[in-house]
Design a binder for this molecule. Structure first.
Ligand SMILES: Cc1cc2nc3c(=O)[nH]c(=O)nc-3n(C[C@H](O)[C@H](O)[C@H](O)COP(=O)(O)O)c2cc1C
Length: 208
């Protein structure tokens, strides 16, 4: 697929078809992750790949709790001093799917990066984190180029440490996200997105 078609076609999926994905394709997608620009030059991230229900259950209990306890009807109908925003609509659509969008994805990939501490005031201390998100973006684009689609969940609160411990991940690694990979259900509704206007975002020479 042509590059701009890939960029324009990529979107987050939270409903997958019941159709398995060839592991060689997943491997190609992760190889694309390995081509991302990297801060520490030695590309020392790792990927845990989950495929069986048992493997996924080991990881998804917290995501299930998040989805199960969310009352979408209450959320959408709660009184607001302003009209519900697109971001809030997206949130209300996504939260109930935090478990199924990973459980029903044929593969779930958990990238792991090394990061001693996140307490520096310096922006460069975030370089390991920035790098792993470059990796994730390459993975999302490569999946789109393969005709596949991805879900993305960032672990919340204690979920990160619970999953790390269940997977016996060494202490020096951090999980930035869980990525579901599969064939998108073409009938999934597409929540409306904000469409930034590029002409209003570009400022020539200075702010104004
Ligand atoms: C840093 C980051 C964190 C995200 N975390 C979640 C998440 O926890 N759960 C979820 O359903 N989607 C998550 N997403 C997906 C966004 O909701 C999605 O990218 C956004 O709504 C734009 O939609 P699109 O990807 O279809 O263009 C995340 C995306 C990014 C970049």
């Amino acid at each position: 697929m042509e590059f701009y078609d890939v960029v324009n076609n990529r979107r987050t999926t939270r409903e997958f078809l019941k159709k398995d994905v060839d592991f060689d394709v997943v491997k190609r997608i992760l190889e694309a992750g390995n081509k991302a620009p990297a801060w520490d030059h030695n590309r020392n991230w790792q990927y845990i790949v989950l495929h069986t229900d048992e493997e996924k259950d080991r990881v998804l209990s917290e995501a299930k709790k998040t989805a199960d306890k969310f009352d979408a009807e209450r959320y959408f109908n709660m009184p607001r001093p302003y009209e519900i925003t697109l971001g809030q609509k997206m949130y209300g659509y996504a939260v109930p799917r935090q478990y199924t969008m990973l459980k029903n994805a044929p593969y779930v990939v958990i990238p792991l990066f090394k990061f001693k501490e996140l307490n520096g005031g310096k922006i460069s201390s975030l370089n390991p984190f920035a790098t792993i998100w470059c990796v994730i973006e390459n993975i999302l684009l490569a999946a789109a180029a393969e005709g596949l689609s991805c879900s993305v969940r960032v672990p919340l609160g204690k979920e990160h440490d619970v999953v790390k411990s269940n997977l016996k991940v060494p202490p020096t690694y951090t999980i930035p996200a869980f990525i579901g990979i599969g064939y998108a259900d073409p009938n999934e509704p597409r929540p409306e997105q904000y469409r930034p206007d590029i002409d209003k975002q570009i400022r020539f020479g200075r702010w104004k």
